[in-house]
Design a protein around this ligand. Sequence first.
Ligand code: NOJ
Length: 544
Amino acid sequence: MSENIEAGSRSGGDIEAGSRSGGDIEAWWSRALFYQVYPRSFYDSNGDGFGDLDGVTAKMGYIASLGVDAIWLNPVMVSPMADNGYDVADPRDVDPLFGGIGALDRLTDAAHAAGIKVTMDLVPNHTSSAHPWFQAALAAGPGSDARERYIFRDGVGPGGTQPPNNWVSIFGGPAWSRIDEADGNPGQWYLHLFDAEQPDLNWDNPEVFEDLEKTLRFWLERGIDGFRIDVAHGMAKPPGLPDMAAIKAEVLLADIDDDPRFNNDGVHDIHRQIRQVFDDYANAVAIGEVWVYDNEQFAQYLRPDELHLAFNFRLLRAEFDAEDIRGAIENSLTAAHIADATPSWTLANHDVDRAPTRYGGGDAGLDRAKAMTMAMLALPGAVFIYNGEELGLPNVDLPDEALRDPVWERSGHTRRGRDASRIPVPWDGDAPPFGFSDNPDTWLPLPADWAALTVEKQDDDPASALAFYRRAIELRCRRGEFEGSTIEWLDSPADTIAFRRDGGLVCVLNAGTRAIALPDGDVLLASAELIDGELPPDAAAWLV
Ligand code: NOJ
């Protein structure tokens, strides 16, 4: 038995997403599709077992074949790689692991020749402990100017043996480490919200912004088209560094309401400073990683003098449940609308479980991931897809000895970390490492059962996940029905959602357990085969 969707009848008001773009001409990023490349897992051009930038360049034809507008490269700056590059020792050079700065120039040239923009990760909240500033701070001693670039404090209690407050690291354990002073005696503590090799910078010190400005201009002058700003809600710390109300061993950044470590008012002055630099470069985009769920507070990051785009993680966090999905969409649109800004959508990145795994794994998990992708691509705004998402890659369960994420050690082996969603891309062949590298010893192992998931296998298969993603992306790019900045909710049966874009596209998603009839119109794309004209469970359809 099927249920019906009444196209044209409205439930809830129209929701409009803003489209401010600084002028009459719409900015390139306002409906761009960004492809996130995790460089160490993309393609290894030199056989060391790690992906590198010449590897990305070698695969530019593949990236272009997906129809993406821009690449977001995870950090490639010089780093000891304690957190895979989010521990930066020299922000104005590229690490030799990735091929040095020449390799980035080659990549940028190749991307631009293919009409693809290049954005990089920027890490302003912390540096590596190997950064010359931190090394100087260790050598200079308490009270020195060098220590003022970071957050050093004396410990509390007899002999200063207790950390200055009760903050915990996002990766587990305390957010403070104690150092030995030059005389070998135990001395001050320094703050690190992440790994101990990632000391937090003191953003009250003007030198910190001055240096970031140099970094921004260095890359923007070199032709980089923008930045994804790491922990963009984290740089400002509250005066006096008050204790946290509750010590939570939380899962990464996902759950930070009422947390003094993040989202402090001072962060907005920092974004205003950063934005002034961006404004000197006409088309450069600033995209913030903002784990904030209050719509008003989230919108503050998108004010006209702050970020252009901010990741709203609500859709990524939604269960495969109609009410949850609709709530995530409504809230994300509302948050962007408050600031008259462009919404951004994502279902995956290098910090979270792969979408097919999150949605239950197996065939159903992949079906749901494809349905969610259609809902995401049907929405107004910018979209981010994480490499391998287009292949339908799931998480991989790794043995303990293969784990590389610092979360594993810092949590005392209680949290396995994020390696499961960072496995290298399987390109071709029938056995690991599936053409990712000539070296069988890759930085994370690829599982043998990915033989059917390689790009080679999926390339010519019209029923593959890859073919589906290419088709969906192409339609989103080409069809006028995806135009406009509003959606109108349509009445639909329980456990389903349906909305219409002002360009005319209708998107229906079935999160229920029964097939549903589709509204009138031609089916442009469906994520699963229709059954007697009806949309099966775990599927979505676009109609015009
Ligand atoms: C967020 C990044 O996405 C994550 O991978 C990293 O570990 C932390 N920020 C710390 O830089």
